[in-house]
Design a binder for this molecule. Structure first.
Ligand code: NAD
Length: 517
């Protein structure tokens, strides 16, 4: 698909001329007949590019039924045959990732190289999943009692659902589906309705790779589709990534309905800068981690905790670097690729702006103000300029809440301990980083900080595929993290088999007690 804008403006989304993004059921595109749609925008132009059909109950049922049929077929495939399909998918993704990146940039707005980056991070999980036979093999204990062996088997769950956010339309689903599929499950993916086309592209790629129909289904929709998956007795597990209130709702509802659940929520990530740190390195990393993908990353750094006396120097350095950033259409233009693209919707841009208003009203200093930023030639786009805030009161909601935009706040602290205490007092615990040359301070930080993913002189510490991704506190509900060994445990059910092949010599006769030897 070559993405193209229509001439429709953001307030005219009811046009029937817009292309409709469909479901993927039974290995084909299935247009929704529900009569309900949501608009999809190109955030760089602010124009609607398509609408997505939102599933009704009949479509939800059809998707789940198809996945159930897919599971019956796929779970009988041998490991070797499943591996062949996974390797083919990996090769196709490697060869054609650029097409997917263009779709992501067109619907999400992030710059193309960043879209390629998210595909590569997802591909890591595909590569891990190709080695699945090693990770789902059971254990065998011979002769645990005379003539008795015990062994374990890991089997797929059945139909599993993934519900993903707008900010990583390819990578976040890929945190889950390669492992789920490798383990023999059938997946129903409910992408974000804001950028749903990446999921369809991935579905076509699976088909080309030889995956049987029904094993990878895309159900387009909103809360109705999510609730349909949560309430279906066929769906065995839910893997959710999104905002904290919805993650909590998913965790509670799925658990109540007896399902396994992974529920990853929002974040407010702090970078602690000690006085001995290299401030040029810190300023570069604060820019990358604060403004990359316009701050729409759950691992973005949104607060720099500067242990005094470094704050003033650091602000000068960050400010200089902001002045050199170019903001524009993520697809690039004659000047090449910009550093930062727009936000996802006009509503989200206005919400980000209102947090800067709030910080100002609460007494913070707006050092660099991105409110009202206009990208030349893209006046209708959902742009917001990089924003730097100093002296934000920690009582302000603009400090405590997740803003999810290119807004970096500086908080000045007197000591290492004051910084750690502030991080630990927050409601989120997704990621954090310390910048220092003092190894003992870094060790103390990793031990004391109440956060799931920690960077030491690394601003965005997203673990590689063979570790697992997940935060603490309100950044992850329950205990099931994404990918790595956690992923294989989540998508398999274990059976323990105790076996004795009777022969007259070892038959113990009648004994109503526990066997002793
Ligand atoms: P969101 O919570 O609005 O939406 C996520 C998914 O939930 C979407 O598929 C959406 O259709 C569905 N949904 C929305 N409202 C719902 C409702 N009331 N009932 C049922 N389902 C509903 O999140 P978003 O705005 O798409 O994504 C941004 C959020 O995701 C941020 O908070 C970000 O921190 C978080 N995120 C977290 C991680 C992580 O790993 N912890 C990764 C990426 C994004």
């Amino acid at each position: 698909m070559t993405p193209t804008d229509t001439a429709t403006t953001s307030d005219d989304t009811s046009s029937t001329d817009l292309p409709v993004v469909s479901h993927w059921i039974d290995g084909v595109e299935r247009p929704s007949t529900s009569g309900r749609t949501a608009p999809i925008f190109n955030p760089a132009t602010g124009k609607a590019s398509a609408v997505v059909g939102l599933a009704d109950q009949a479509e939800i049922d059809a998707a789940i039924a198809s996945a159930q049929r897919g599971f019956e077929v796929w779970s009988r495939y041998s490991s070797a045959k499943r591996q062949t399909v996974l390797f083919a998918f990996r090769e196709l993704l490697n060869a054609r990732g650029r097409e997917l990146a263009e779709i992501i940039t067109f619907e999400h707005g992030k710059v193309l190289s960043d879209a390629m980056g998210e595909i590569l991070r997802g591909q890591e999980v595909v590569e891990l999943a190709t080695g699945f036979p090693h990770l789902v093999k059971g254990a065998y204990s011979e002769n645990v009692s005379t003539g008795i062996d015990v062994y374990s088997l890991k089997q797929p769950l059945g139909v599993v659902a993934i519900i993903s956010p707008f900010n990583f339309p390819a990578m976040v689903p890929m945190w889950f589906f390669p492992i789920a599929i490798a383990a023999g499950n059938a997946v129903v993916l409910k992408p974000s309705e804001k950028d749903p086309s990446a999921a369809l592209w991935l579905a076509r790629l699976w088909k080309e790779a030889g995956l049987p129909d029904g094993v990878f289904t895309v159900l387009q929709g909103d809360k109705l589709a999510v609730d349909g998956l949560l309430d279906s007795p066929v769906v065995q597990s839910i893997s959710f990534v999104g905002s904290t209130p919805i993650a909590q709702y998913i965790y509670e509802t799925a658990s109540r309905n007896g399902k396994r659940v992974q529920a990853l929520g929002g974040a407010k990530n702090h970078m602690l800068v000690l006085p001995d740190a290299d401030l040029d390195l810190v300023a570069d990393q604060a820019i990358n981690a604060g403004y990359g993908a316009a701050g729409e990353r759950c691992m973005a750094i949104s607060v720099v905790l500067a242990v005094e006396p470094v704050a003033d120097d650091l602000i000068v350095k960050i400010r200089e670097r902001i002045a050199g950033l170019r903001i524009g259409d993520g697809a690039g233009d004659e000047r090449g690729e910009p550093d930062m693209g727009p936000l996802i919707t006009a509503e989200h841009r206005d919400r980000v702006s209102s947090y800067v208003d709030l910080a100002e009203a609460d007494g913070a200093t707006i050092v660099v103000d991105g409110r009202g930023f206009v990208s030349e030639g893209h006046e209708g786009g959902f742009f917001f300029g990089p924003t730097l805030i100093d002296a934000i009161p920690t009582s302000s909601r603009a400090y405590r809440d997740e803003i999810f935009g290119p807004v970096l706040s500086i908080v000045r602290v007197a000591t290492f301990q004051e910084g750690v205490d502030l991080i630990n007092s927050g409601e989120f615990g997704n990621g954090t980083a310390i910048f220092t040359n003092d190894g003992s301070a870094a060790r103390r930080f990793q031990h004391e900080v109440q956060v799931g993913m920690i960077g030491i002189n690394v601003p965005i510490p997203v673990p590689v595929a063979y570790h697992s991704f997940g935060g603490w506190k309100k950044s992850l509900f329950g205990d099931a993290k994404a990918y790595g060994v956690h992923g294989f445990d989540f998508f398999t059910r274990e059976k323990a088999v105790t076996s004795r092949w009777l022969d007259p010599a070892t038959h113990g006769g009648i004994d109503l007690g526990f066997p002793q030897n």
